[in-house]
Design a binder for this molecule. Structure first.
Ligand code: BYC
Length: 314
C-alpha cells in the first residue's frame, strides 16, 4: 500500500533538490491536475495562435516575408504537438483536451482573440507576443516536470527566431515612410496592453500561483515576469522611434523598473470568458479544421492498428 504522506515527502524533497519529476514518478493529484490544465492551455494557445498570423500568409508583402511567416506558423503547430504529447505523459487524452477547447471548457491565451488588421500586426505579434512568451517560457524551461521543461527548452529556441523576425519587421516599418510608421505605431497601440495581460492577473488575484510555486511549476509570479518583459521591451521600442501607449509610464531610477499605468483586467476576464472580439471566430475555425481532419485521424488509427496486428503475428 502506498503511504501518501511518505510519498509526498519524497516528492517534495526531489523538487527541493532540483531534480525533475518524470511521468512514472509518484505525484500528488493536484500537481498532475495543475500541470494538465496549464500544459493543455498552452497547447491550445499554440494552435489557436496559428490563426491570426495564418490570416496574413497569402498577403505577405514579399516572398521572403511569406516564407518566414509560413515557417513561424508551422513552428507554432509543432509547439502545440509537443505540448499535447507532454500532457499525455500525465494521463490526459488528447481527444478530450481538444474537445474541452472546442466546447469552451478550457482556456487559451487571451492574446489570440484580437484581429490582425494590418501587416504591421504580424511584426508586432512576433516582437511582443513571442517576446512575452519567451520571458514566461524561459522560466517554465526550469520547471519541476521533466517533459514540460524539456519541451520548453526546444520551444524557446524557436520563439527566439520568431521574436527576432518580428522586431526586424517592425524596425523596417518604423524606418519607412510616414504611412508605414503610422501603421506600426497603430499596431503597437492595439497590442501593448493586451500583451501585458498575457502574464495573467496581478499576483494577489492569481488563484493558481501559490500551488504552482509550491511545486516549482512556476518559479516566478505573474507580476515579476510582466515587469521583466516591460523593462526589456520599452528600450527596444524607443530604439526604433516608437511610443508606448501609456501616459503614466515612468522610469524609477531607484528600482530600475519602468512603472506603467493601470491594466484593465476587466478586459482580460471578459476575453478569457469567451467574449473578446474574435473568440467565436477562432473556435469556429478550430472546429472546422478538426472536423475536416477527422479522416486523417481515422486513417492513422487504422494504420496503427494494422501494424500492431502484424507485429503480433511475426
Ligand atoms: N489568457 O491563477 P492565474 C505563444 C486564467 S502561446 C487566458 O494567474 P496561472 C504563441 C488562468 O488560466 C503562449 N487565461 O493562472 C503561440 C486562470 O484560469 P483557470 C501561451 C488566462 O495558470 C502562437 C485564471 O485566469 N503561453 O507563445 O497561475 C503564436 C487566473 O489566473 C490568462 C502559455 O500558455 C491569459 N493570459 O497563470 C505566437 C504559458 N492569464 O485555468 C505565440 C503557460 C490567466 O484557473 N501558462 N488566465 O480557469 C502560464 O504560464 C500560466 O498559466 C499563465 C496564468 C501565466 C498564463
Amino acid at each position: 500500500m502506498i503511504n501518501e504522506e511518505l510519498e509526498l515527502q519524497k516528492f517534495e524533497q526531489k523538487i527541493a533538490n532540483g531534480e525533475k519529476i518524470e511521468p512514472k514518478d509518484w505525484m500528488p493529484e493536484k500537481y498532475r491536475k495543475q500541470l494538465i490544465r496549464m500544459i493543455a492551455q498552452h497547447a491550445h494557445s499554440e494552435i489557436v495562435g496559428m490563426l491570426p498570423e495564418g490570416n496574413w500568409i497569402t498577403r505577405a508583402p514579399s516572398l521572403r516575408r511569406k516564407m518566414v511567416l509560413l515557417a513561424k506558423v508551422q513552428d507554432e503547430g509543432g509547439h502545440g504537438l509537443y505540448l499535447y504529447s507532454a500532457a499525455e505523459t500525465l494521463g490526459a487524452d488528447r481527444k478530450d483536451l481538444i474537445e474541452a477547447l472546442l466546447n469552451g471548457k478550457m482556456k487559451y491565451s487571451n492574446i489570440f482573440n484580437y484581429p490582425t488588421l494590418s501587416w504591421a500586426d504580424i511584426g508586432i505579434i512576433g516582437w511582443l507576443v513571442d517576446g512575452a512568451a519567451i520571458v514566461n517560457q524561459t522560466m517554465l524551461a526550469k520547471c519541476s516536470y521533466g517533459p514540460y521543461s524539456r519541451a520548453m527548452i526546444r520551444i524557446c529556441k524557436e520563439e527566439n527566431f520568431h521574436k527576432r523576425q518580428g522586431y526586424e519587421n517592425v524596425s523596417v516599418l518604423a524606418q519607412g515612410n510616414a504611412k508605414q510608421k503610422q501603421m506600426v505605431q497603430d499596431a503597437l497601440n492595439r497590442w501593448w496592453w493586451q500583451t501585458l495581460m498575457m502574464f495573467g492577473p496581478h499576483d494577489e488575484n492569481s488563484t493558481n500561483t501559490v500551488d504552482l510555486m509550491r511545486w516549482k511549476i512556476k518559479l516566478e509570479t505573474n507580476d515579476s515576469l510582466r515587469q521583466r518583459f516591460i523593462n526589456l521591451t520599452i528600450p527596444q521600442a524607443y530604439a526604433i522611434g516608437l511610443t508606448i501607449p501609456d501616459n503614466d509610464l515612468k522610469y524609477n531610477e531607484k528600482t530600475q523598473n519602468w512603472e506603467i499605468g493601470k491594466i484593465n483586467f476587466d478586459e482580460l476576464y471578459n476575453v478569457i470568458n469567451g467574449n473578446g472580439p474574435c473568440n467565436r471566430i477562432r473556435i469556429a475555425e478550430r472546429k472546422k479544421s478538426y472536423e475536416e481532419g477527422n479522416w486523417v485521424r481515422i486513417a492513422a488509427e487504422n494504420y496503427a492498428l494494422k501494424n500492431k496486428n502484424n507485429y503480433g503475428t511475426k
